[in-house]
Design a protein around this ligand. Structure first.
Ligand code: XLS
Ligand code: NI
Ligand code: NI
Length: 432
């Protein structure tokens, strides 16, 4: 044991207790719609926000003083010790990391690769005694100044090469640790001004880069899912992977829609002007739903504030879509969320995750109840029931002139029907 979480006991489900550090709603073994809650939710801790972020904001520097902050591999190992202690205290089944979160960058590419191999070997020994598995690995292709004009979309081919080599190392690390997915968030794949940007060429390079990632996955026999994480507006003014619809168009263009799915983050959906459930439902309908990053924005601030979820009513609609999509396959619920910078204590880190897990558990149970009740689905089906007729189905195989003829011959005169939105919202309200 390290000293960091020393007085904190493993959390358990204790709905009637006043204890702050207990689960009041998340009961891993409780069966919801035929599946254990832990297997539905598949929670993951994000290494970067919890263990690597120093508490900076645009106006101020580091607020957290963690004993593992430092540049050496010994610091990296201490950080791993503390991280796995937290995974065990929370009983989370998964974690996620970028290369830059877990070990220092070396003086050369080769040294960086060796650092990553060394620390992931260390993770592998930790995973022998921990139940926590790797949900996904990823490469940080956005923090270092070499990536300021993008990684795969950088005008400089040497940066493309460096990014490709880095992604190879990170897929290797993910594969070695049995990761269930590999994520690509297009950090600085976008641009600030068209005056210096050839967006057509950048898109070609991004597409080729992703094809190489997919080829490499198959070459090494990595069984996990490749996921793109859409995000608009931040950090570049024009981000290429704006939202689910944009990513789907990109995948189709490069023939990758059967190979790559999406990791949908609530905060990113909101930045794109969508609801979280819209992005999930759209991805599911396109057959590319993979996983989620469960972190919200501050609705008044207008940027990606990465806060832990605390509104189960809102999340119920997201889990409703996930349940309807048949749940996660290789995906999970990753808390890509950070503490507020004044939340200095080890207890804050535990409480933030416990609260997020409880919020999601309430949301899942509410979503399951709405689905099991069935009224909403029945009313939606009724709304589309006209399409069950043979005549309606046949129309989709005909053409405009044939349809026009029929409309005149039959004297077709559509009669509007209520969309019943408020009544449907009242149904949801009974269960949340
Ligand atoms: C940033 C993204 C990032 C990805 C992983 O906004 O959410 O944290 O999840 O690179
Ligand atoms: Ni994210
Ligand atoms: Ni984000």
């Amino acid at each position: 044991m390290t000293d960091f979480f020393k007085d904190i006991a493993p959390l358990s489900y204790d709905p009637n207790s006043d204890a702050e550090l207990a689960f009041h709603h998340y009961n891993p073994d409780e069966v919801v719609m035929g599946k254990r809650m832990e297997d539905h939710l598949r929670f993951a801790v994000a290494y970067w926000h919890s263990f690597a972020w120093p508490g900076t904001d645009p106006f101020g520097g580091q607020t957290f003083q963690r004993p593992w902050f430092g540049d050496g591999m010994d610091h990296a190992r201490l950080k791993a010790d503390v991280a796995f202690e937290m995974f065990d205290l929370l009983g989370v089944p998964f974690f996620c990391f970028h290369d830059a979160d877990v070990c220092p960058e070396g003086a050369t590419f080769a040294e960086s690769r060796r650092n990553l191999e060394e620390i992931t070997d260390y993770f592998a020994t930790k995973m022998e005694t921990s139940k926590t598995r790797l949900l996904w690995g990823t490469a940080n292709l956005f923090s270092h100044r070499r990536y300021m004009a993008g990684a795969a979309t950088n005008p400089d081919p040497d940066v493309f090469a460096y990014a490709a080599a880095t992604v190879k190392s990170c897929i290797d690390a993910t594969h070695k640790l049995g990761g269930q997915n590999y994520v690509l968030w297009g950090g600085r794949e976008g641009y600030e001004t068209l005056l210096n940007t050839d967006l057509g060429q950048e898109a070609e390079h991004a597409g080729r880069f992703l094809q190489m990632v997919v080829d490499y996955k198959h070459k090494i026999g990595f069984q996990g899912t490749i996921l793109i994480e859409p995000k608009p507006q931040e950090p570049s003014k024009h981000q290429y992977d704006y939202d689910v619809a944009t990513v789907y168009g990109f995948l189709k263009r490069f023939g990758l829609e059967g190979e790559v799915k999406v990791n949908i983050e609530q905060g990113h959906a909101i930045l794109a002007g969508h609801s979280f459930e819209h992005e999930i439902a759209l991805a599911a309908s396109l057959g590319i739903f993979g996983s989620i990053d469960m972190n919200r924005n501050d609705y008044q601030s207008g940027w990606d504030t990465d806060q832990f979820p605390n509104n189960h009513v809102e999340k119920a609609l997201a889990f409703y879509e996930i349940l309807k999509a048949g749940g996660y396959k290789t995906g999970g619920t990753n808390f890509d969320a950070k503490l507020r910078r004044q939340s200095l204590d080890p207890e804050d880190l535990i409480a933030a995750h416990a609260g997020g897990m409880d919020t999601c558990a309430r949301a899942l149970k509410a979503a399951a109840a709405i689905l099991e009740d069935g009224t909403l689905e029945r009313l939606r089906d009724e709304r589309y029931s006209g399409w069950q007729s043979g005549e309606a189905k046949a129309m989709l195989q005909s053409d405009l002139s044939a349809i026009a003829q029929r409309v005149e011959a039959d004297g077709t005169s559509p009669q509007p029907r209520s969309g019943r939105q408020e009544r449907l919202e009242n149904i949801v309200n009974r269960f949340v």
